[in-house]
Design a protein around this ligand. Structure first.
Ligand code: SAM
Ligand code: SF4
Length: 487
């Protein structure tokens, strides 16, 4: 395994344990330890779960040994993600033996996918709750306290947890995630998300703005608006309409679309950096690009997963765009937002029937775009998906791996090429924390989402600074502060 593949799997199937910096004085008597796996949505959901639990007698702790309840917020996107969770559950056997009263719960996508079956397969588990069942956690816990096992995996057409103020976990106090949509209606044939996170629905814009304003009051400088497909955000004041599909069908005139929401968030404070993820190529509209160009505080960066450069494979994936459509969207981004707009992608190799010719198309597309960054995976068949039912997972695993290595090598060249364009330039950076390697250096990100490392000097976390970029690797820019901006 190359270092880059290791890095990618650590990022994409990353783990975070909880450390709640917001709790001041609490009457709570029990302790919750929560670990989050997978995508940013799961990390944001864990903050909602901590909020619900804090109102029901539990403070979060980052010390496993202190816990009265352990919750794993899980990911099902690839087989490897589920194996990681099962391995982790195995590690809790000793803890349960030493403390039989401890409650162990599984939340998120794996809970939703396996439902009751998880209780049968993993005897250590007491509680299973899907992504739309977190409000029911207090009830599920009382069932467990009463000696029963408890499951709720009912999906909802309307739950957005809009009124819940998330408890920020592992926060650097500078940047925060704000969920704006839940679920996904896209039905890409390889993907388990529509089955584990349910139908797409958008959160009330007022509650989003309220959350953003609270973050600003608490000193946060950057928000990332989150959803599986943020560009298809659609909210209707007609609360009778449940979910995106009903709103579209009703032809509701007063709907708020993503470009409207983005503008509202950008207007809350010109010093707040605004990011969003993920954009689906079929939904990224010119209006969104125009709003991005109008507001300096909306970061010049778009995560636009291509998956493949072959139209034939894109069709089999049901991505609903062609290679040419994707390239046209890239041209539109570059023409409205300029060449220095950061563009990143997710790429998948080895999907059903993929040939060397398809792989060549993917490499060609990567050459055309020259992504700043990409998450790269090989296809992992997921039970219940259209691909698992109707297509054959016929690319041998050694071919999948070889193709993955090929695109990783290509991406590394492109990342280096794109990073070199920043050398000798001055970039505005928001300081997010200390460098992982040394407390003498800070790390922060440029507007285009590139990580920059530079000496601490007399600056502090949360400052905006102008950094002269002096050097780079394929993953990082290296520089020195030349000027501090308004804090
Ligand atoms: N909603 C986002 C989109 O459409 O681009 C993606 C969300 S998904 C959680 C993140 C990425 O996981 C996908 O873009 C895809 O590259 C990858 N992925 C999803 N299903 C996969 C599978 N069965 N095997 C391998 N990678 C997969
Ligand atoms: Fe999965 Fe496709 Fe929805 Fe993304 S858009 S979450 S890949 S079904």
């Amino acid at each position: 395994m190359t270092d880059l593949i290791k890095d990618i799997s650590i990022i994409s199937e990353g783990i975070s344990t909880n450390e709640n910096k917001d709790v001041l004085v609490s009457q709570n008597t029990r302790k919750l330890y929560i670990e989050s796996y997978g995508c940013q949505m799961n990390f944001a959901d864990s903050e909602v779960v901590s909020s619900i639990m804090s109102k029901n007698g539990f403070d979060t702790t980052s010390v496993l040994e202190e816990a009265d309840i352990i919750l794993l917020n899980t990911c099902s996107i690839r087989d490897k993600a589920e194996k990681t969770i099962r391995h982790r559950l195995g590690q809790f056997n000793g803890i349960k033996r030493a403390n039989p009263g401890i409650i162990i719960g599984v939340l998120g996508c794996m809970a939703e996918r396996l439902k009751k079956q998880l209780l049968e397969e993993e005897k250590i588990v007491d509680l299973v709750a899907g992504p739309d069942a977190y409000r029911d956690l207090p009830n599920l816990l009382s069932q467990v306290d009463g000696g029963q096992k408890a499951v709720n995996t009912i999906l909802s057409r309307e739950e957005t947890y809009a009124d819940i103020s998330p408890v920020r976990l592992n926060s650097n106090g500078v940047s925060a995630f704000v969920s704006i949509t839940r679920g996904c209606d896209n039905m890409c044939t390889f993907c388990v998300v529509p089955f584990t996170r349910g139908r797409e629905r958008s959160r009330n814009p007022e509650s989003i703005i309220k959350e953003v304003k609270e973050l600003i009051i608490n000193g946060y400088k950057e928000v990332t608006l989150l959803g599986q497909n943020v560009d298809s955000y659609k909210w209707s004041p007609n609360l009778e309409l449940k979910g995106k599909a009903q709103i579209e069908k009703a032809g509701e005139p007063n709907i708020v679309v993503f470009s409207d929401l983005l503008e509202l968030v950008a207007q809350t404070n010109p010093l707040l950096r605004v990011r969003f993820s993920t954009s689906h190529p079929k939904d990224l509209s010119n209006e969104v690009l125009y709003v991005m160009s109008k507001y300096e505080n909306i970061c010049n960066n778009i995560h636009l997963p291509a998956q493949s450069g072959s139209t034939r494979i894109l069709e089999l994936m049901n991505r609903t765009y062609t290679r040419e459509w994707y390239m046209e969207r890239i041209d539109a981004i570059r023409s409205v937002l300029g060449e220095d707009c950061g563009i990143s992608s997710d790429m998948m190799t080895g999907f059903c029937t993929e040939t060397d010719e398809d792989q060549k198309d993917t490499l060609d597309l990567m050459d055309y775009v020259k992504f700043d960054f990409a998450y790269m995976f090989h296809y992992s068949e997921r039970p219940g998906t259209h691909a698992a039912k109707k297509l054959t997972d016929d690319v041998p695993s050694d071919v999948k791996s070889a193709r993955l290595s090929e695109i990783i090598t290509k991406q590394r060249e492109h990342s280096l090429y794109r990073n070199k364009l920043n050398v000798d330039k001055i970039e505005q950076v928001l300081i997010e924390g200390f460098s992982k390697r040394s407390d003498d250096d800070f790390n922060g990100r440029t507007n285009a989402n590139k990580v920059v490392i530079f000496p601490v000097e007399n600056y502090k976390i949360g400052d905006y600074v102008d950094v002269l970029i002096t050097d780079c690797t394929s993953g990082t820019l290296i520089g020195k502060v030349v000027k501090q901006e308004i804090a």
